[in-house]
Design a protein around this ligand. Structure first.
Ligand code: G3H
Length: 530
């Protein structure tokens, strides 16, 4: 296969490097004089293939990691800090200040998204816009949450003013496939609920945060957001070992989540907000609308080259229709356009991880050794930065690609006779995020849906799996997630119910009345925030 190189339009050429030589700790953008890590794109700027140098980021050490922890700890001040005790309006104002500045950085961030992770232009723009919307929706939801709790209630002679309070110090680690959106879907709710954060960007998709550092610095009080760069293990391990982290917020892999948690000495102190890997199946029933099922399975398996936790990672097709499905599906996969992210109409784009094509090749070799065939003509064709999606059929259940989350362009297909087969596999799997079911006969669908909802957390009827709309709950069973994210649920995940209780006595009531009248407590408020 020919390399994806084509002349790069001027607006997308890399004309200057992003040399990020500062990191944000305690409200200060500190200059780093130590070692740096080079950031390369797997996209070539020249016809002879060569990764493109995009810039550098600090390769910080354990010392800076602990400095960041101390800064966030100071800002939290054991719950007495300015940020965790601030009135809701104050935190909202800070967030609004941030998002206004963020919006001015769209062009730079979208360009870096394309170069750093190879995401196609429309998807990169969507990631940016979706994140901005997420911030505004979070602000609105937080206001509503505040309005709902702006009251007292009385039960069994006790008045209560019940709200949600922050948890403390959050260590936030985002993924490379949505380095802006997924990361901010953790960071923003964590911050607005009054927590303080240490944030380490993913290895790929790191420079795109540079345009936002100053906005973080000037929008939030010192130490509320600390941004550090370097290797996850070097930085996260010493931070966790202190036992001072209250929440591990991570989108990534369950093995790394387990390894990081294991360092924390106080297991019950540590709350977890984790979005982890998945192996979402598509199940195509014999009465499915095949055109629709094929289109949705194409989108589900190939969008962003399968590098989505919600991607369809295994396709079950009923044996009565599998021949027809495979023929049409394989042709459609071969019709997908491969190119650089800014080229119009591309759906397949360079893979940001240099080792990914070789890993995908291993999965293909293993599956074909065990009896599968590559059923599309272009399947497995390789360039320096890509491997064309191989549609594999029939994939045996002892193949690696049957179990492993491939997170890349390879599509295993399995046929089934009895619906119990995919259901048994799902029950035995260590994952349980979502499923797509394609069919129309209600008699079959009804009991199937009743079972599937207990195996995963979202059943998509005649459509591929996805996280959005972001107001819907995003979670998973087993090794696929801990806690629930959505605009609303994330605010809950990063906070805890806490309240003032006061016996209904004349003595207490007089005090309560005065607290309300004087409005001198930031926690006690019956105001309606507009
Ligand atoms: O990587 C996992 C993402 O949450 C998937 O989100 O379904 O919107 O692509 P998405």
């Amino acid at each position: 296969m020919k390399s994806t190189f084509k002349e790069i339009p001027d607006e997308y050429k890399i004309t200057s490097l992003v040399n990020q030589n500062t990191y944000l700790i305690g409200g200060e953008l500190k200059e780093w004089k130590g070692a740096n890590a080079a950031v390369y794109s797997t996209i070539s700027s020249t016809e002879d293939y060569k990764p493109t140098l995009l810039g550098t980021v600090p390769d910080l050490t354990e010392d800076e990691a602990i400095e960041a922890l101390n800064a966030s700890s100071k800002a939290y001040g054991r719950g007495q800090g300015l940020w965790p005790t601030m009135k809701v309006e104050g935190r909202i104002a800070a967030m609004e200040k941030f998002v206004v500045q963020m919006k001015t950085k769209r062009t730079e961030i979208v360009k870096l998204l394309m170069w750093e992770i190879g995401k196609a232009l429309p998807d990169s723009e969507k990631e940016f816009d979706r994140t901005v919307d997420y911030i505004y929706d979070t602000i609105e939801d937080y206001k509503q949450m505040d309005r709902n709790s702006a009251k007292f209630e009385k039960n069994s002679g006790v008045h209560a003013h019940i709200r949600r309070g922050p948890l403390g110090i959050v260590l936030c680690l985002g993924p490379y496939n949505y380095p802006l959106n997924e990361t901010f879907a953790l960071l923003i709710p964590a911050l607005i609920m009054g927590n303080t954060v240490i944030f380490k960007p993913a290895k790929h998709g790191v420079l795109l945060l540079s345009p936002l550092l100053e906005a973080f610095q000037n929008s939030f009080p010192a130490g509320v957001v600390n941004i550090i760069y370097g290797r996850g293990r070097t930085l996260a391990t010493p931070i966790m070992k202190t036992g001072l982290v209250d929440v591990l917020a991570l989108i990534g892999n369950s093995k790394s989540a387990n390894a990081i948690q294991a360092n924390h000495p106080q297991k019950n102190r540590l709350r977890l907000v984790l979005g982890l890997e998945a192996k979402n199946p598509a199940i195509v029933l014999p009465d499915a609308d095949l055109d629709l099922a094929i289109d949705e399975c194409i989108a589900g398996t190939t969008s962003f080259n399968g590098q989505r936790c919600t991607a369809l990672k295994i396709v079950y097709v009923h044996e009565e229709i599998v021949a027809e499905f495979n023929k049409r599906f394989a042709e459609k996969v071969d019709g997908l356009k491969l190119g650089n992210p800014w080229e119009s109409g591309v759906t397949l784009t360079p893979l940001p991880e240099p080792g990914k094509p070789a890993y995908i090749q291993e999965l293909i070799d293993d599956a074909t050794d065990k009896g599968a065939k590559i059923i599309n003509k272009k399947g497995g064709e390789t360039t320096e930065n890509y491997i064309f999606p191989a549609v594999l059929y029939p994939v045996s259940k002892d193949s690696r690609v049957f179990d492993e989350e491939q997170f890349g362009p390879v599509i295993p297909i399995v046929s089934f006779k009895n619906i119990q087969e995919p259901l048994d596999d799902m029950a035995a799997s260590n994952y349980g995020q979502q499923v797509s079911v394609f069919g129309s006969e209600v008699k079959t669908l009804a009991p199937l849906i009743d079972t599937l909802v207990n195996l995963v957390c979202r059943v998509n009827l005649n459509s591929s799996c996805q996280r959005g709309p972001d107001v819907y709950p995003f979670t998973g069973r087993k090794d696929s997630a801990v806690a629930t994210l959505s605009v609303h649920d994330a605010l809950r995940s990063f906070s805890i119910r806490t309240f003032l209780a006061s016996k209904d006595t004349a003595y207490n009531n007089a005090i309560l009345q005065e607290l309300l009248d004087k409005k001198s407590s930031n926690f006690i408020s019956t105001d309606y925030i507009l």
